[in-house]
Design a protein. Structure first.
Length: 240
């Protein structure tokens, strides 16, 4: 596994992370649930291969992803970095704290390494987050208490607003879309690195669109054995 400096955090993270948005599922009595045993096997294999960053969120996998990740973290918690999220729509410190405490309980952990304002955009930041006694105030309180170690945000807004959010100075890392088919955030990624923020890329294979075999795409990277390898190597070129 290859590792890289994660912004100014002092942390070395694996170039590949584990996204727990889609885990093996079962249907029991007409209701969907995570296949916890299989999910744990898969996550542990990633950890054994050197992956040390895992990302989840409260609503993934029928709201069970955090539970599955929490179970898989047993015996590994001090060896990996955990990321989860708090929705941008929450606009009070009290509700934001409740969501944080819910995630801590589901994950069965005392702290979260990278806690994201989920799907943050500039409008939500101004109207819901950076307000008196709002989520931003509560986030700093949670950091002081050791419940979260780094404040982050995931992003789906206009590229120019990514720069504005970085310039607030409140965040240690970002989670953004970037791949061969979508390079809109390229300037923002470079700017984040310049400012010392860690960068995590979501959708490096275009939501699966870059997973289909393509001789033309594979040839973009000399020696590449698949379009997936080409897509990942392309993302690595930006030095995240």
């Amino acid at each position: 596994m290859q590792y890289t400096e994660f912004g100014k955090t002092g942390i070395q993270v694996s170039r590949l992370g584990f996204g727990a948005m889609r885990l093996p599922m079962l249907e029991i009595n007409g209701r969907k649930d995570v296949d916890y045993d299989r999910s744990t096997e898969i996550i542990h294999e990633a950890f054994r291969l050197g992956v040390n960053y895992i990302d989840t969120a409260p609503y993934y996998c029928e709201e069970k992803s955090e539970i599955a990740v929490g179970r898989a973290l047993k015996g590994w918690r001090d060896k990996v970095y955990l990321s989860t999220k708090n929705p941008k729509e929450i606009n009070t410190g009290t509700e934001w704290r409740k969501m944080l405490e819910s995630s801590l309980k589901k994950l069965d952990t005392d702290y979260i390494d990278f806690y994201h304002l989920w799907g943050l955009n500039w409008e939500a930041y101004q109207n819901n987050i950076d307000i008196p006694d709002g989520p931003l105030t509560e986030a700093y309180r949670a950091k002081a208490e050791g419940l979260i170690r780094h404040l982050s945000f995931s992003f789906h807004d206009k590229p120019e607003n990514l720069l504005k959010l970085i310039d607030t100075g409140h965040f240690d890392s970002i989670l953004v879309q970037y791949n061969l088919l979508d390079r809109r955030n390229e300037e923002g990624i470079a700017y984040a690195r310049e400012k010392g923020l860690g960068v995590v890329v979501m959708g490096p294979v275009g939501g699966g669109r870059l997973g289909a075999p393509s001789t033309k795409l594979s040839k973009l990277m000399p020696g590449s054995k698949s379009t997936v390898e080409t897509a990942l190597r392309f993302v690595f070129l930006i030095r995240i």
